[in-house]
Design a protein around this ligand. Structure first.
Ligand SMILES: *Cc1c(COP(=O)(O)O)cnc(C)c1O
Length: 385
C-alpha cells in the first residue's frame, strides 16, 4: 500500500539537491576545518561558504551565525547563554516566554528557574495562541534577562507578529530570541527588519538533514557558551563542525529562499481545501489555532469531539496516511496537549486532536484521498469509545 505523508511539521524528507551537495563532504572532503593543511582548508572553505549563505539569507553577518546540532540545541544555547550572561553581568533574573513555547524553550526556562535562580513569567496569548501584544509592556521589568517568543507554533500553526514584540524589547534594550524552527521554513525572516537578536533554525524542518541547526546571535549580544572546549564557532560552541550537514543545511535554506513563495502558494491551497472540507463534512470538528491568514501555510489542526486522537492516528496509519496529534515529541503520551489545554480546550476535547501538515511535493490527489477516508476513520474511532 502506498503511504501518504502528511506530517511535514514533524520533519521533512531531505531534498535530492541537498543530498547531492552533501555527498562530496561525506566522502572526499573529510578534513577537519580547524586543520591547517589542504584537507582542512577545503573543509574550512565549505564551512565559510555555508555560513555566508545562511547569513545572507537572514540579513545577518557571517560572524553572527553559530552552527549547532539542531533546533533544540539552538533554543537551549540562546536561553541559557543569554540568561546566564546577563545575570552575571547585571544581576537580571527574569525570563519572559509565551506559555505555548516548544519544550526546547519551555523546559530550558524551567531549568533556569529551578536551579539557577531565575523567575519565568509568561506573556499571555489569546485563544488562537497569538501573543497579546498590548500586554508585553506590563510583563517586562527592569530585571528581564531575555524574551523568547516563537515565530510559529508547531502544534497549532499560529504565527506571531514579532515586530510588535521586538519594538517593545528594543525600547527597553532587552534581547529578543525567537524559535523560528517552524516559521522560517515558510517565511524566512530578515533579522534586522523583524528586530530579532537571537533566532533558532533547524534544517530538518525545511528539507535539510537532521542533526544540524543554527543560532543567529546579533553581534554585541553577550552569551555564555554551553558546550566548552575548542574555539570553533567564535568560541561559542566547541566541537569539530559537521561539514556535510552544515553544507546541506545551507543549500536547503537557499532553496527556501528561492522557492518559498511557490511552496507557500502550493501548500496553502491544499491546507485551505483540508480545513474547509473537514469542518464541512465532520460533525463535532473545530479548527485549532488561528484562521488561515495567520497560520503556517502548510498547517491544519483540529479537535474532534468524542475521539481518542492517538487511536485516530493509528487508524489513519493503517489506511496509509501519516499524521500527528500535534507534536512529534508527545507520541505515546496519553496526556492532553499542554498547548490546547492552555488555550482553554477541555481535556477530553484536547485529547481528540489531529494535525495535518503538507509539503512541497504533496499532491492535490493525495489530499483528496485523505479527505475521502478521514470522516469514516473519525466515525470508527468514535464508535470504539
Ligand atoms: C522541531 C522544532 C524544534 C526542535 O528542533 P529539532 O531540530 O528537532 O531539535 C524546536 N522548535 C520548534 C517550533 C519545532 O517545531
Amino acid at each position: 500500500m502506498k503511504k501518504i505523508y502528511l506530517d511535514y511539521a514533524a520533519t521533512t524528507p531531505v531534498d535530492d539537491r541537498v543530498i547531492k551537495v552533501m555527498l562530496p563532504y561525506i566522502k572526499e572532503v573529510f578534513g577537519n576545518p580547524s586543520s591547517l593543511h589542504g584537507h582542512g582548508q577545503k573543509a574550512d572553505a565549505a564551512l565559510d561558504n555555508a555560513r555566508r549563505g545562511i547569513a545572507d539569507n537572514l540579513g545577518a553577518k557571517p560572524s553572527e551565525i553559530i552552527f549547532t546540532s539542531c533546533g533544540s540545541e539552538s533554543d537551549n544555547l540562546a536561553l541559557r547563554g543569554i540568561a546566564l550572561a546577563r545575570k552575571e553581568k547585571y544581576g537580571f533574573n527574569q525570563i519572559v516566554i509565551s506559555p505555548i513555547e516548544h519544550p526546547a524553550v519551555e523546559a530550558t526556562a524551567e531549568q533556569l528557574e529551578k536551579y539557577y535562580g531565575f523567575k519565568v513569567d509568561f506573556l499571555p496569548v489569546n485563544n488562537h495562541g497569538e501573543v497579546e501584544y498590548e500586554q508585553v509592556d506590563s510583563v517586562l521589568s527592569d530585571q528581564t534577562a531575555l524574551v523568547s517568543i516563537m515565530g510559529a507554533n508547531n502544534e497549532i500553526g499560529t504565527l506571531n507578529n514579532l515586530n510588535r514584540v521586538s519594538a517593545i524589547c528594543r525600547q527597553y534594550q532587552i534581547p529578543l530570541h525567537t524559535d523560528a524552527v517552524q516559521s522560517a521554513a515558510h517565511y524566512p525572516p530578515d533579522v534586522d527588519q523583524v528586530g530579532i537578536d537571537l533566532l533558532s533554525l533547524g534544517a530538518h524542518k525545511f528539507y535539510g538533514p537532521k542533526g544540524v541547526g543554527v543560532l543567529y546571535l546579533r553581534s554585541g549580544t553577550e552569551l555564555i557558551p554551553s558546550m566548552t572546549g575548542g574555539s570553533q564557532e567564535f568560541g561559542l560552541r566547541a566541537a569539530t563542525q559537521n561539514i556535510p550537514l552544515i553544507v546541506g543545511m545551507a543549500e536547503a535554506y537557499q532553496l527556501v529562499h528561492e522557492e518559498g513563495l511557490e511552496r507557500q502558494k502550493h501548500t496553502s491551497n491544499l491546507r485551505d481545501q483540508i480545513i474547509k472540507q473537514v469542518l464541512d463534512t465532520i460533525s463535532g470538528s473545530q479548527l485549532t489555532g488561528a484562521k488561515p491568514e495567520n497560520r503556517l501555510p502548510n498547517h491544519a489542526s483540529f479537535v474532534f469531539e468524542g475521539v481518542d486522537g492517538n487511536l485516530l492516528i493509528q487508524v489513519l496509519d493503517s489506511e496509509g496516511f501519516a499524521c500527528s496529534s500535534g507534536s512529534a515529541c508527545k507520541t505515546g503520551d496519553p496526556k492532553p496537549s499542554k498547548v490546547l489545554t492552555h488555550l482553554g480546550y477541555p481535556p477530553a476535547l484536547a485529547l481528540g486532536s489531529l494535525r495535518v501538515t503538507v509539503g512541497k511535493s504533496t499532491t492535490s490527489d493525495e489530499v483528496s484521498q485523505f479527505l475521502d477516508v478521514l470522516p469514516e476513520c473519525v466515525e470508527r474511532v468514535r464508535q470504539a469509545a
